[in-house]
Design a binder for this molecule. Structure first.
Ligand code: ZN
Length: 508
C-alpha cells in the first residue's frame, strides 16, 4: 500500500481492520458508521517528534512578541496586550535577529515604560530572557552577581547587568514568575492540541515536561479530551523527575516514556557549545550545560527507573560530541541497551567524524527542519565555513542514522507540512535558492521522519506509522497527494480530518 492513497478504511475499536484502495476520495467506516470524504488522501498520522505542548498553549496567551520588527514594536505590543500574570508581565517571542541593528535590547528600554511592574520577555528560542530593572532587583542580580555555570548575565562596559540573561542565568529570574493556575494550564493544553490536530498531527512527543504538569495530561487523557496522543519526556536537568518520584507510565493517549536533558543552549543566543569559537564572536565558543560525567550519572538513573528513552538537547558540535561520548560510556557500562531509545534533540551542527558515531551507538537524530530555513542567515554568521556541518539530514540518512522530525513549537509553527517542505527544499525565508541543497531529502524520507521514524524513536512502530490491518487507527487526511504534488505546494496542503485511536476529528 502506498503511503498516501485513496480508498476505504474500516476501523474497529481504535484499530484498522481492513484497507481497500479505490479512486475519488476516502471512505471511513468507524465502528460501523460510514463517513465519505471526497477528494481526500490518507497518510499515516503525522507526529511532531519534538514540541512543547504547554508552551504552545501559553504562547497563544502570551506569545505576542513573535515577528516583532523592533524593540519599540515589542514595547507597543506589550502595552496593547495589557495581559498580566499575577501582577507580572510575561511575554515571549522576541528575536533581535529581525531588528536593525540586530542587537540585544536592554532593561533600560523597558524601565522607561515599566518602572514598577516586573517584566520578563522570553526570546523566541526560550534560551534568553529580557527583563527590566524591577525583575533584576526581585532576583537580587547586581554587578557583583557571578555568571552561573552554563549561563551568562550580559553586562555593559561598566560591568552592569543589561537585563539580558542567557540560559542558566535566566533560571535566576524564572523561579520568581508566578505559575499559571491549574485551570489555565489545562486550557493551554487543550487549546494547543486542537491547533495541532487542525494542522494534521495525531501525536506529539512533548519535551522537557514539568513533573507537576504530568497529572493534568493523564487526567485529560482519561477523560478523552486529548485530540492528539501525547508522549512525555519529563524534565531531568536537575533530577526533577526523581524529586517528584516520576516513573514511566503507560496509557493509550498519554504515556511518560523518557527523561529530557540539555547539553547546551541555542545558536541564536550563542549558547550552543561549539568545538571552535563563534565566527562572529571569537572569544566565545558557547556553553556546555552538563559534562560527560554529569550526563552519564543522570542516564544511569533514567535506566534504573525503567524509562525507555533518553532525550538530550544538543545543538553545537561540541555538545553533540559530549552526548555521544556519554552514550558510548553507557554502552560499556551496560552490555545490552537495545531497549533504550537515545535521542539527540536538534542535532544541528555535527562534526563529520561524529555523524557515523550516531549510527554505531544507535543514537537517533531528532531534528526540526523548519529551524534550518528560519535560521540559515544567522547560522552563516555564527558558523562561517562550518555551515556545511549544519542541518545534515541527508548525511544522517546516508550513514544509516534514524531521523525523526518535529517543529519545536512554539519556537516555530506547529504545521508539519512546513517542516516536510523544508526537508525537501531547504529554501530559507526570503530567499529563492535552496540552501546547502546537498542536504535536502526526498518526500518519502521526509514523511517517514514525521511518521514511522518518529514511532521508532518512541518504540511504538509495532503499532503506529503504517496504514495496515492491525495498526492503531491514527490517520491524517489531506486534500491532496503530497507524494505527487510539486514540492513548493507541499505546505499549502490542507488537513481535512484526523483520526486518533479511531476517533474522528473533522477540520474542513
Ligand atoms: Zn525544544
Amino acid at each position: 500500500m502506498p503511503a498516501c492513497y485513496q480508498g476505504e478504511l474500516t476501523i474497529q475499536r481504535g484499530k484498522i481492520v481492513s484497507v481497500a484502495e479505490s479512486k475519488g476520495g476516502v471512505t471511513l467506516i468507524i465502528d460501523g458508521k460510514r463517513k465519505e470524504i471526497p477528494d481526500a488522501w490518507v497518510l499515516p498520522g503525522l507526529v511532531d517528534a519534538h514540541a512543547h505542548v504547554v508552551g504552545l498553549g501559553i504562547a497563544c496567551r502570551e506569545g505576542y512578541l513573535y515577528g516583532a520588527n523592533s524593540k519599540q514594536e515589542c514595547i507597543e505590543r506589550i502595552l496593547q496586550a495589557n495581559i498580566y500574570r499575577d501582577g507580572w508581565i510575561v511575554a515571549r517571542g522576541w528575536n533581535q535577529e529581525l531588528w536593525s541593528p540586530a542587537l540585544f535590547p536592554t532593561r533600560w528600554d523597558l524601565d522607561e515604560y515599566f518602572p514598577d511592574t516586573p517584566v520578563v520577555l522570553f526570546r523566541v528560542d526560550g534560551h534568553a530572557v529580557w527583563v527590566n530593572t524591577k525583575v533584576l532587583n526581585i532576583a537580587s542580580i547586581t554587578q557583583s552577581t557571578p555568571d552561573p555555570v552554563g549561563g551568562a548575565i550580559l553586562r555593559n562596559s561598566d560591568g552592569e547587568p543589561t537585563g539580558i540573561l542567557i540560559d542558566a542565568a535566566a533560571d535566576l529570574v524564572t523561579e520568581y514568575i508566578p505559575r499559571l493556575s491549574l485551570t489555565e494550564i489545562e486550557h493551554a493544553i487543550i487549546q494547543a492540541l486542537f491547533l495541532c490536530s487542525q494542522a494534521g498531527l495525531t501525536e506529539i512527543h512533548d519535551m522537557d515536561v514539568l513533573p507537576e504538569d504530568l497529572p493534568i495530561f493523564t487526567r485529560l487523557a482519561e477523560e478523552g479530551k486529548l485530540p492528539c496522543r501525547v508522549l512525555s519526556w519529563v524534565r531531568g536537568q536537575h533530577y526533577e523527575w526523581r524529586d517528584h518520584g516520576i516513573l514511566p507510565t503507560v496509557g493509550e493517549f498519554h504515556r511518560v516514556v523518557g527523561v529530557k536533558f540539555f547539553a547546551d543552549g541555542a545558536l541564536g543566543s550563542r549558547g550552543a557549545a561549539l568545538l571552535e569559537p563563534y565566527s562572529d564572536e571569537p572569544s566565545n565558543s558557547g556553553l556546555l550545560l552538563l559534562t560527560k560525567e554529569e550526563l552519564v550519572e543522570r542516564f544511569k538513573c533514567v535506566i534504573e527507573d525503567g524509562f525507555s528513552s533518553i532525550a538530550v538537547h544538543a545543538i553545537g558540535d561540541r555538545a553533540v560530541r559530549v552526548v555521544l561520548d556519554a552514550f558510548e560510556s553507557l554502552h560499556t557500562l551496560y552490555p545490552s541497551l537495545d531497549d533504550i531509545r537515545f535521542r539527540i534533540e536538534h542535532s544541528q551542527i555535527v562534526h563529520p567524524d561524529d555523524i557515523r558515531r550516531y549510527a554505531s551507538l544507535g543514537a537517533i537524530a531528532s531534528v526540526q527542519p523548519i529551524h534550518c530555513i528560519s535560521d540559515a542567515q544567522m547560522a552563516e554568521q555564527r558558523l562561517g565555513a562550518r555551515v556545511h556541518n549544519s542541518y545534515r539530514w541527508r548525511s544522517f540518512l546516508e550513514h544509516g542514522v534514524l531521523l525523526c522530525a518535529g517543529s519545536d513549537f512554539p519556537v516555530e509553527s506547529y504545521n508539519p507540512l512546513l517542516g516536510i517542505e523544508a526537508f525537501c527544499r531547504r529554501v530559507p525565508t526570503a530567499r529563492q535558492e535552496s540552501w546547502q541543497p546537498q542536504e535536502c531529502i526526498s518526500i518519502v524520507d521526509a514523511v517517514d521522519a514525521y511518521t514511522i521514524n518518529a514511532h521508532r524513536a518512541a518504540d511504538m512502530s509495532y503499532r503506529r506509522g503504517r496504514i495496515a490491518p492491525g495498526m492503531d487507527a491514527d490517520i491524517t487526511i489531506l486534500d491532496r497527494n503530497i507524494y505527487a504534488c510539486p514540492l513548493e505546494e507541499l505546505s499549502q496542503a490542507r488537513t481535512l480530518a484526523t483520526v486518533v485511536g479511531g476517533k474522528l476529528y473533522e477540520h474542513a
